[in-house]
Design a protein around this ligand. Structure first.
Ligand SMILES: [Zn+2]
Length: 643
């Protein structure tokens, strides 16, 4: 399969439906709210200190550095979110705030290009000493991503120039040449950012440096030296060993996803960038093996990753507990960005299917409907009284919160929503690929020209998608339409004539023809309410079912069903889809037949009595919408009478 190229988010406008509502919320609520949070102006929320640290580093304020060592990264992600939003609609007031902030960032930059406020303000003598947990290049990477997006949105160069000077400093400092250092960051991120910076500036040295960081990982045990960790007490243990950083083997020899799940996703994304941009085939066996390992045996049904809170990490294949899981919002987002690079390198619907699962469930679950409350940890089962008591559940928040002292997730989900349209399409010379469905208008390059494509749909609530072609380039070319893995029955018609969908090219129906303006493609993806069963080695969910309809995974909440959700045994037979008022525009809920099983009236823990079943119903809402109606129980995996 030929690789395809990304399309600028500027060329794809979301004009209605699910994603317009989300992007409007980001523009109107989330970006202003998060700006306040980063300026420590949210009463009662944990302060960020992020902007303050930059002002101190710039010499504009007196004070000491406060907050996590990687606080700069939150600002980079917020600017990126704002930039993607500005690609939809310019906003002079927002740009003025960012321009002023960019000036501060410029003043915080050291004369040699170095930029990181913790080390500039608090520990200048420790610069480039703690590669394991110092997060210096991790912060730089997020600032680069912000700078590239802001340049694309506005054409303003000053932030891009600041971050190019920073990258030049890295190019001078790190490498295999005389006087250079062999090192890499314990938290990957700089690598994928350098690929973006190389594309934005045309400077190949940035790409070469990214390759150097990826290639040297796992070859130099002295680089990520835990005795040099400065922001935490050094505590050697099993969970923070080399595999925590994916530094236990050279990347080409890695076959099993290990360690901190966000670090893993960002590293695999960089490996995919290298494979894609440089056609480095030597990375493919590792990428394919890691992909299969993650999605087959270490991924939650929500696309969440990381089944252990300690070290926020992967554990063992099929070890996927529902309640103690970590499943950080950033890890699901990391899976989205890795899946996207894999999609571009080799259009195959198995990547876009996982992207969709991780996006609509594990990622979107991290933000409230109004955009101002967040989850960092996204378990599949929460009982508030238990989660608030148990030591091994203390990482679980039972209600969404205003902000976190460690706030990597909120600006990460903001930039993900704001940039959703980048995941919809890609293009190769004679093919336009449709990967994700959302109402909007796109201008896409194909056959040496440009096609204007309009999607009309209520996706993900409804599986009907209409495409209308406006301007069309001459000659024959293909419209590649992804058929999602959850879809059992599909109808596809061009100008009213049914098309055979049985023949697919890696999950895509290829509509190859000479197109003309006004052509209409009608796609109908049957959205059945489906029962998913887990692999028989997953102990906690074996014998239960999770409900899926379309790309959404659903859950039961106390708000609809009362407490003790584990007592319900459900079936998808006769399931009904209903509109629901208070969960956003167009939202649906499901109503399932069920019995409530009780072993009573005995008060003792165990009984030989037969259980009593009462016929009832259970209402389910999309997993990503849970926790928007007050504190209460939530459960994805439900009991069923028939296993
Ligand atoms: Zn996070």
């Amino acid at each position: 399969m030929k690789p395809s190229v990304a399309v600028s988010p500027k060329a794809v406008q979301i004009t209605g439906g699910f994603w317009k509502a989300k992007q409007d919320t980001v523009a109107r609520q989330v970006i202003p709210y998060q700006w306040k949070a980063l300026n420590d102006e949210i009463p009662g929320a944990e302060p960020s200190h992020s902007v303050e640290n930059f002002r101190i580093a710039a010499g504009q304020k007196k004070g000491e550095y406060l907050g996590m060592i990687f606080q700069d990264s939150d600002l980079g992600k917020w600017i990126e979110a704002a930039a993607f939003s500005l690609m939809r609609t310019r906003d002079p007031a927002l740009e003025a705030s960012i321009d002023e902030l960019v000036e501060v960032i410029g003043k915080a930059q050291q004369p040699d290009g170095y930029l990181e406020t913790y080390f500039s303000v608090k520990a200048p003598e420790k610069r480039w000493t703690d590669f394991a947990m110092g997060h210096e290049m991790y912060c730089g990477g997020h600032l680069i991503e912000g700078a590239v997006a802001y340049f694309e949105a506005t054409g303003k160069r000053s932030f891009l120039d600041i971050m190019s000077r920073y990258a030049d400093h890295l190019v001078a400092t790190f490498g295999r040449g005389p006087g250079q250092r062999i090192a890499f960051d314990g938290h990957p991120e700089i690598e994928l950012a350098l690929y973006k910076l190389a594309a934005a500036t045309g400077r190949n040295a940035y790409r070469e440096l990214a390759r150097f960081f990826v290639d040297e990982r796992g070859r130099h045990p002295e680089v990520l030296d835990p005795t040099k960790i400065i922001a935490w007490p050094y505590k050697p243990d099993l969970w923070n060993d080399k595999d925590y950083y994916q530094d236990h083997l050279p990347v080409r020899e890695q076959r099993t996803a290990t360690g901190h799940s966000v670090r893993a996703m960002y590293l695999y994304t960089a490996m995919a960038d290298q494979y894609r941009h440089d056609n480095d085939q030597t990375l493919l066996p590792a990428l394919e093996a890691l992909w299969e390992n993650v999605v087959q045996s270490q991924m939650y049904v929500t696309g969440g990753l990381g089944s252990q809170a300690t070290a926020e990490r992967f554990t063992l294949d099929y070890d996927l507990p529902s309640d103690t899981s970590y499943t950080e919002t950033c890890a699901a987002i990391g899976l989205v960005i890795w899946a996207w690079r894999m999609t571009l390198a080799n259009p195959d619907s198995r990547y876009a299917d996982v992207l969709e699962r991780a996006l609509y469930n594990g990622s979107l679950g991290g933000i409230s409907l109004d955009g101002t409350r967040y989850f960092y940890v996204n378990p599949l089962e929460v009982v508030p009284s238990v989660a608030e008591y148990r030591e091994d559940l203390k990482h679980v928040k039972t209600s969404r919160v205003e902000w976190f002292g460690c706030a990597c997730c909120p600006p990460n989900i903001a930039r993900t929503i704001a940039s959703f349209s980048q995941y919809q399409y890609s293009a190769s010379s004679d093919t336009v690929w449709v990967h994700q469905y959302a109402e909007g208008r796109a201008e896409l390059p194909v056959n040496g020209g440009c096609v204007v494509l309009q999607q009309t749909t209520e996706y993900p609530w409804d599986g009907r998608v209409n495409f209308t072609l406006g301007q069309v380039p001459g000659g024959e070319w293909s419209l590649a339409v992804r058929i999602p893995d959850w879809c059992e029955a599909v109808h596809l018609a061009v100008n009213g004539s049914e098309v055979d969908t049985a023949s697919r090219n890696k999950g895509y129906v290829m509509l190859h023809r000479s197109w003309k303006a006004g052509d209409v493609v009608e796609l109908e993806l049957e959205m059945k309410v489906q029962a998913l069963r887990s692999h028989s080695r997953i102990r906690e969910t074996f014998g239960k079912i999770a409900i899926q309809r379309g790309p959404l995974v659903w859950c039961a909440e106390e708000a609809d069903n009362g407490p003790d959700l584990h007592q319900f045994l459900v079936t998808v037979e006769g399931a009904r889809v209903e509109a629901v008022e208070n969960l956003g525009p167009g939202a649906r809920r499901l109503r399932l037949s069920a019995v409530r099983r009780l072993v009573e009236p005995s008060k003792t823990a165990y009984s030989t009595k037969r259980p009593q079943d009462t016929v009832t119903e259970v209402v389910l809402v999309p997993y990503h919408l849970w926790g928007n109606r007050g504190k209460g129980e939530m459960r994805v995996w439900l009991g069923t009478k028939f296993g």
